[in-house]
Design a protein around this ligand. Structure first.
Ligand SMILES: Nc1nc2c(ncn2[C@@H]2O[C@H](COP(=O)(O)OP(=O)(O)O)[C@@H](O)[C@H]2O)c(=O)[nH]1
Ligand SMILES: [Mg+2]
Length: 393
């Protein structure tokens, strides 16, 4: 009799613990360096419900967000040695060699073709093939060939330097220097900017957020990360590790498979509480179909926007996947309002033309490019530097 009473008590206790739901952890690496007011400093680690307006959202997140936020202090006893990220200015130029190496064939082949004594129909076709091989896309490739043909005809020049200059100008037109590529959202007076990062599994979302946190730290911004890829515990750990290196806190759930929207909500709440400049939200990419994708990303957006509107949705695409990447881009852009592209793994492909194809297809600019696995191998996209890199060598 008493045994079963004890058993009942244990079961009730276990159920109660489970019912608490999502417990978000805030790994706090460094004290925010900018303009927190002193009364905020005292409580800048949230220990419970943040200000007004949470009740609505709590309902939407099935009670998960009214769970207390536990504070996970860094384990290191001494002050951790933080990385100093490389300056952002001129990063693409520094990383240019990575692009040049992989795109050498592209430019060498093209220039050789264009510098021939007589460029006949066959040669123009070969030039077009070269451009298609570089994933430029059919329409832009045709446009480029037509424009070059016209100019070569008018100028009659076979001087390689001149031909190269023409090619540069025409490529630059296709990459479109007029697009707004700012990756820093306009600051808000009363709340952080929110950046959500989406894309399929393995394209480099988490890595990109980690690298971007460093870019933002180098730009003197206070950043907070939200690990809303709750599918695997390792994903949150991966993100928090990136954050720790530069003293950026990460809001995460300790439960695998927790509601991503709840974690995103907690991250934004913590970001508001801590008065950071930018909250970046990582999402899962395991979604198999459009409906699931729409449900999950839609819910994150809905729940987060009870606190603050999402300023930027960055779609991460792997440059090595070519047409496949374009297909993914299409699906994501149907589901969320993509405002910028991060093109990763450009160091591993000779298909730099994908930049043009993606921008054309989505009508959205490439804002940043990934050029390696190193922590500072992410660069703001600059059309001139990019085209120069394609044509170098
Ligand atoms: N070469 C290269 N590898 C990258 C780049 N960006 C990410 N990766 C690698 O791609 C793999 C998947 O990255 P991850 O961020 O976990 O992808 P996620 O599933 O979208 O979050 C990791 O091994 C990264 O190091 C890049 O720009 N260049
Ligand atoms: Mg990830």
């Amino acid at each position: 009799m008493s045994d079963s009473l004890i058993l009942t008590i244990i079961i009730v206790a276990v159920v109660a613990v489970v019912a608490i739901g999502v417990i978000a952890f805030v790994t706090k690496g460094r004290k925010p360096k900018t303009p927190y007011t002193s009364e905020r400093d005292a409580d800048d680690l949230p220990t419970g419900q943040s200000a007004e307006g949470d009740t609505d959202a709590a309902a939407d997140t099935a009670g998960a967000s009214d769970a207390p936020i536990a504070v996970q202090e860094p384990a290191a006893p001494a002050a951790p040695q933080l990385d100093v990220p490389e300056p952002v200015q001129g990063r693409l130029a520094r990383l240019r060699a990575r692009l040049t190496k992989s795109n050498n064939m592209f430019s060498k082949g093209l220039l050789a073709l264009l510098s021939q004594d007589s460029i006949d129909e066959d040669v123009w076709e070969e030039i077009e093939e070269n451009l298609l091989m570089a994933d430029l896309g059919t329409e832009p490739a045709l446009e480029l060939v037509d424009a070059l043909r016209e100019r070569v005809k008018i100028e009659g020049s076979k001087d390689p330097a001149r031909v190269k200059a023409m090619l540069r100008e025409e490529l630059l037109k296709l990459v479109d220097p007029s697009l707004d590529r700012s990756y820093l959202p306009e600051p808000h007076p009363d709340r952080p900017s929110i950046i959500m990062v989406v894309g399929v599994n393995g394209v480099g979302k988490t890595t990109t957020i980690g690298k971007m946190a460093r870019v933002l730290v180098a730009e003197d911004k206070d950043v907070l990360l939200g690990a809303a890829d709750t599918f695997r515990a390792a994903a949150a750990e991966q993100l928090a590790t990136w954050g720790d290196r530069v003293g950026v806190p990460t809001v995460r759930s300790e439960i695998d498979g927790a509601d991503p929207a709840s974690v995103a909500f907690e991250a934004v709440s913590a970001g508001i509480d801590q008065e950071v400049d930018i909250v970046m939200i990582d999402t899962a990419g395991r979604l198999q179909n459009k409906v699931g994708l729409m449900d999950e990303l839609g819910k994150i957006k809905r729940v987060v926007e009870k606190k603050a509107t999402i300023d930027e949705v960055l779609l991460v695409l792997d440059a090595t996947t070519g047409q496949n990447g374009l297909q993914q881009a299409k699906v994501f852009s149907e589901v969320v309002n993509v405002s910028g592209i991060v093109l990763t793994k450009l160091d591993g492909t000779a298909k730099g033309g994908i930049v043009v194809a993606i921008q054309r297809q989505l009508g959205v600019p490439v804002k940043l490019v990934g050029l390696g696995e190193g922590p500072d191998d992410l660069a703001p996209f600059n059309p001139e530097d990019f085209v120069d890199a394609l044509l170098e060598g």
